[in-house]
Design a protein around this ligand. Sequence first.
Ligand SMILES: [Zn+2]
Length: 214
Amino acid sequence: MNIILLGPPGAGKGTQASRLVEERKMVQLSTGDMLRAAVAAGTEIGLQAKRVMEAGELVSDAIVDGILSERLDQEDIARGFILDGYPRTAVQAASLDRMLAEKGLHLDHVIELAVDEDALVDRISGRFSCAVCNTPYHDRYQLPKVEGVCDVCGSTEFKRRADDNEEAVRTRMAEYRAKTAPILPHYEAQGIVRRVDGMAPIGAVGQAIDDILG
Ligand SMILES: [Zn+2]
């Protein structure tokens, strides 16, 4: 199974991708990781990317395609891959289709973790965690049983991410729509877009994805 996993920050995409890597031994292909690996390995295309990045320029589609192409030639791809952060434009999606076809590969599903923006704001803007053991809490939905004391480790220190607030969440949603909306019609035309309720509990989201993957 080869998939693209889409979803705005906060929808649990990272959690689900990690689980698929762990449980199904799928390979996660993130463009950032692949670029760093190619640069570190000193491949021809990696050296090209290094020169471009050192010049402070954006890495071109051609270089990303080259790096992805090299990665797709590695044997572990046979276990199935999860594309993360690529493609971002219809042009890149068409280029990916051609590349996969040349290698005798194809995409099975484009899975979008769909979220309700207001509900996502409500969920993210209230969250905090124990500063010692990282147990997650929420101002409205999951307060410690004893106020100010972690249920798990008894710590009285908590932390909150600076960007877990309404404005930051709405900005991330707008960025996601701008970056992702252009590729969905491309895959909808192929009939491979599947939507999963990203607002459901983590286990239910995982089950829905498993149902799609079979
Ligand atoms: Zn704790």
